[in-house]
Design a protein around this ligand. Structure first.
Ligand SMILES: Cc1ncc(COP(=O)(O)O)c(C=O)c1O
Length: 407
């Protein structure tokens, strides 16, 4: 078969575009913390991960500008060589303290932090165990490793226990989980996960991507929320959400971080976090710690929208956090719902396979501390219109089959 035949045959995006419901790669012309200018119209943004609303904070912007002027627009090199700035070390020290771990290592993205933390650790005779709903970056980190990958059904700790029991007692084992599941908005039952993992002497990694700035007394995430820091070996996080920047981190014991520093291909063979991004993350971390009232506002907004959606009759699944999925049905209905919300001035995301099962497609709403009461009214009014006239969108059979094949 010709290498490119599959590309020529792949016409699904064009077909969905022709239906007028293609939701992806939408060009944004300008943003505020809570709105986006798209096609010349301002939309309320409930499709970002700007949980604390810090992307446009004057202190964050000033810090990024100052860093760019001092260090340049890019680092032009790997952390290993010329790409380590004093700022990278400063951010690592601040994050190690924040997560209450002895050491931390900063990567260019959160995705790379997952690859860079997992792949080098899981060697040929080691085993990694992943929740079925773990983020793709954990899965890809596991796939890149030389060890054996096990997946357990979402939240099925008995299943996890059985899988752990079947692996050799002396093998290296790591259980890796999202702290807050990114498409569900639910919080992992960390006490149970810890109990099962410890019983089988498995190490634990928690990805705090959607929990930093949201959970825990100090905003440090799920591990802090459950006060289980002494039982969790590695903490992953990203700066692309509450920390208003881009980049990622793994925090853990000093010897583990030192090993990763010298064995992570995702760290060594790529350029480091750009200066402005490091400075932006540092400034955002400052604000996260100094202004806990942002977290309070985020939770107020979250509770109001979740309750509003429920009272309109929507199923928001197992959401316990500012990530609020609105279950719709099949992928085309979800995309048509996305379009109707968009036309009503609200920017969301339809979540379709392979991110979720074909029958459980959803609109993903995510809240920010900076959403105003008036913006929330607009979001709920748009959903009310959907509730009054639900989508009766029917996609052509062929398109449904093609999409199902993607799952
Ligand atoms: C749970 C989780 N982990 C990791 C990542 C990757 O983070 P980044 O966007 O910094 O690459 C994401 C981002 O979508 C995520 O949701």
């Amino acid at each position: 078969m010709n290498l490119f035949e599959k590309c020529v045959a792949y016409t699904l995006p064009q077909e969905v575009q022709a239906m007028g419901i293609y939701p992806y790669f939408t060009p944004i012309q300008q943003t505020t913390a809570t709105e986006a200018l798209i096609g010349g119209e301002w939309k309320v943004m409930v499709g970002s991960n700007n949980y604390l609303g810090l992307t446009h904070h004057p202190k964050v912007l000033e810090a990024t500008e100052r860093a760019a002027l001092r260090y340049g627009a890019g680092s032009t090199g790997s952390r290993f060589l010329n790409g380590t700035l004093d700022l990278h070390y400063e951010l690592e020290a601040r994050l190690a303290a924040f997560f209450r771990k002895p050491a931390a290592l900063v990567f260019t993205t959160g995705y790379q932090a997952s690859l860079g933390a997992i792949a080098p650790l899981i060697g040929r005779n080691d085993h990694i165990f992943l929740d079925r709903l773990d983020h793709a970056s954990l899965v890809d980190g596991a796939r890149l490793s030389l060890g054996e990958v096990h997946r357990y059904a979402h939240g099925d700790f008995d299943g996890l226990s059985r899988q752990l029991a079947r692996t050799p007692a002396d093998a290296g084992k790591l259980v890796a989980t999202d702290g807050v599941f990114s498409m569900e908005g639910s919080i992992v039952d960390l006490p149970r996960l810890v109990a099962v993992s410890k019983k089988h002497r498995a190490a634990i990694l928690v990805d705090e991507a959607h929990a930093v700035g949201i959970l825990g007394e100090d905003g440090a995430g799920t591990v802090s929320h459950f006060r289980l820091g002494n039982h969790v070996d590695l903490i992953l996080a990203t700066f692309s959400k509450s920390l208003a920047s881009v980049g990622g981190v793994v925090a853990g014991d000093a010897d583990v971080i030192q090993y990763l520093r010298h064995h992570s291909r995702a760290l060594i063979f790529t350029a480091s976090m750009p200066p402005a991004s490091v400075a932006g993350a540092l400034a955002a971390l400052d604000l996260l710690q100094k202004e806990p009232e942002r977290r309070t506002r985020l939770w107020e907004n979250t509770r109001r929208v979740a309750a509003g959606l429920r009272s309109l009759g929507f199923d928001v699944g197992a959401s316990q956090t500012p990530v609020i999925p609105v279950l719709i049905g099949d992928a085309f209905q979800a995309m048509a719902t996305w379009r109707a919300l968009f036309d009503n001035g609200v920017f969301t995301h339809p979540i379709i396979p392979p991110a979720v099962p074909a029958h459980a497609c959803r609109i993903r709403v995510s809240m920010s501390a900076e959403h105003s009461s008036e913006q929330i009214d607009r979001v709920l009014a748009a959903f009310e219109r959907i509730a009054e006239s639900p989508m009766s969108f029917r996609a052509p059979e062929e398109a449904i089959k093609a999409l199902a094949a993607d799952e």
